[in-house]
Each structure stands twice: as structure tokens, then as C-alpha cells.
Design a protein around this ligand. Structure first.
Ligand SMILES: *Cc1c(COP(=O)(O)O)cnc(C)c1O
Length: 223
């Protein structure tokens, strides 16, 4: 599917969830795809709705390289980059162009980002990644969230919301995870909710996602 097709599905998901058009932003996950492939499916439409979507990568070097390659072209001035991978202290330096980091799991990661941001003269917004309660490596435990929120804010970073990865291939568990994460965000007074991927974003939209991270569906050939 191309970007317009995924955006159409997203607008349909908003509509059937009774939410206003444009209340959910598409984060187009370009990891593992060359700029050529990304161009064919995504960048060709970057003028279609300025600010209507962001691009995301999950590895620092890949992100830096793609940003650098695109910087040479003036065709995509409004592109916004997000980071959705594990934040490694020694690789934070690659994230200078990033507007939003979805995946802060602990204070050490936040401190590394805050320190880099000082040198850059600008700071990315951040989301706290929540552990989904299933077999999964990443994310802070729900019980730690209030303390983590407080300490990350003390680094000077702006915490805008929560991010979660739903369990794969278990729609009922995914719904539970989306509902729980939305409740946590409301409890903490956080407005952004990054949840939902290619297979489950309509469910995430029903539960209040404000950012959906879609990769595979953007690059398959059907449609
Ligand atoms: C790859 C990835 C996605 C996109 O997943 P798809 O199933 O390809 O849509 C979303 N979020 C994170 C954190 C990812 O690593």
C-alpha cells in the first residue's frame, strides 16, 4: 500500500471510532527500507498534507544516514523524524534530527538524551515506553511510571506521552494493553499515546492512540 492508502484507512479508523479526522497522526516506519523504496511509497506524497505524517527509524545510524541523504534534496522540507528503537547511550549522538523519541525506558536513557540536547541547542520531545505485561524485553513497569515521569522531567526533557508495543497475534491481549496504556496516560495527565502498528492500528485508534506506527503495511505491493 502507498501512503495515501494507509492514510485513507487511518481516516476510516478514526471515523468508525467516532474521532475527528486528523486526530491520529501516522508515523511511517521506514526501517530496513532504502530511500528509493521509501521514495516510491512515502516521500512522493510528503507534500500531500504538510505535517500529516512523520517518518521513523529504530536504529540511530540508519536514521542519521537517511536524514543526511535527504538533506541534499529540497523536495521534502517538512519531513519530521521520530525514533522508535532502543535508546543506547553511545548512539544518542545520531539522533540530532529527531523531533520525538518514543522509547525512553529509564532515567539513564533520558539523561543521555538531555546531555546530547544541551550540545545540540535543541531537545526532542519524549514518550515513556511502557512494558506491556507480556513476554517482552522493553518498557518501564507501570508501577515505575510516576517516578520515572518525575525524574525524566527533572532532566529538562518534555515528556509528552506514553508508547506501548502490543503483543503480536493476540488481538484480545492487544486491546487490553491499549486500554490499560490509555488509562495510565490519562492518570498521569499525558496527552500523546503512541500505539498501534500495521495489524492492529484500528483497535489502537478506538482506544485513543494519537500516533500510530505503521511499517510493513506501507511497503506491501497490494493496492
Ligand atoms: C517496526 C516497528 C513498528 C512498525 O511495525 P509494522 O508491523 O511493520 O507496522 C512499530 N513500532 C516499532 C517500535 C517498531 O520497531
Amino acid at each position: 500500500m502507498s501512503l495515501p492508502a494507509v492514510l485513507r484507512d487511518l481516516r476510516a479508523a478514526e471515523d468508525s471510532a467516532g474521532r475527528p479526522a486528523g486526530s491520529v497522526r501516522l508515523v511511517a516506519v521506514s526501517k530496513g527500507h532504502s530511500l528509493e523504496q521509501i521514495g516510491a511509497h512515502v516521500l512522493a506524497h510528503s507534500g500531500l498534507q504538510p505535517g500529516g505524517f512523520a517518518l521513523a527509524e529504530n536504529r540511530g545510524q540508519e536514521l542519521r544516514d537517511k536524514v543526511a541523504e535527504l538533506a541534499g534534496s529540497s523536495d521534502h522540507p517538512a519531513l519530521e523524524w521520530h525514533f522508535i528503537g532502543p535508546v543506547q547511550r553511545n548512539k544518542v549522538k545520531y539522533l540530532k534530527a529527531v523531533a520525538l523519541i518514543h522509547t525512553i525506558e529509564d532515567l539513564e536513557q533520558a539523561e543521555a538524551v538531555a546531555k546530547a540536547a544541551e550540545a545540540w541547542g535543541h531537545a526532542p520531545g519524549v514518550l515513556l515506553q511502557v512494558h506491556n505485561g507480556e513476554a517482552q524485553k522493553h518498557g518501564a513497569d507501570v508501577a515505575e511510571l510516576p517516578g520515572l515521569l518525575r525524574s525524566v522531567r527533572q532532566t529538562g526533557l518534555e515528556v509528552r506521552g506514553l508508547m506501548v508495543m502490543a503483543p503480536y497475534d493476540d488481538p484480545a491481549a492487544a486491546e487490553r494493553v491499549f486500554a490499560d496504556t490509555a488509562a495510565q496516560a490519562a492518570h498521569l495527565g499525558l496527552s500523546e499515546l503512541s500505539m498501534g502498528m500495521s495489524d492492529d492500528f484500528p483497535a489502537a485508534v478506538r482506544h485513543g492512540a494519537t500516533l500510530v506506527r505503521v511499517g510493513r503495511r506501507l511497503f506491501t505491493q497490494e493496492d
